[in-house]
Write a protein of this length. Sequence first.
Length: 144
Amino acid sequence: MITIGKLTPADRPAWEELFTGYNTFYGRTLPQEAFDRAWTAFQDDTVMHALGAKLDGRLVGITHFLVHASTTAADVCYLQDLFTAEEARGKGAARALIAAVTDWAWERGCSRVYWSTQETNATARRLYDQVAVNRGFILYQITP
């Protein structure tokens, strides 16, 4: 059975392993300072937030999200990161994490929840197409 909850200090090693897997999937390697900064923010739980999915008591999925202002509606919730361990895929962890973030956002008066993924991420997109609407936007980015 999948359970969803806030990450606790005891979850740190498993969270770091999952977050490493997420970043590896997207071709990134983060310095330890990035992990420390994110973890501290999640424990503070004021600007950036995190939830974990546990299967039989073991952390198998994570999501990171934040709220920001919108010019056209009430504040919106951006689901920035979502990742499940390979052995837990297809067992409902990602769906449950999305639902939990959505519930969290509605409780706080957010007008929508949104996220992005790579066009080639077919596995995730099969789920996303079931739980949300692809509005056809294309993401552009400028990096230093």
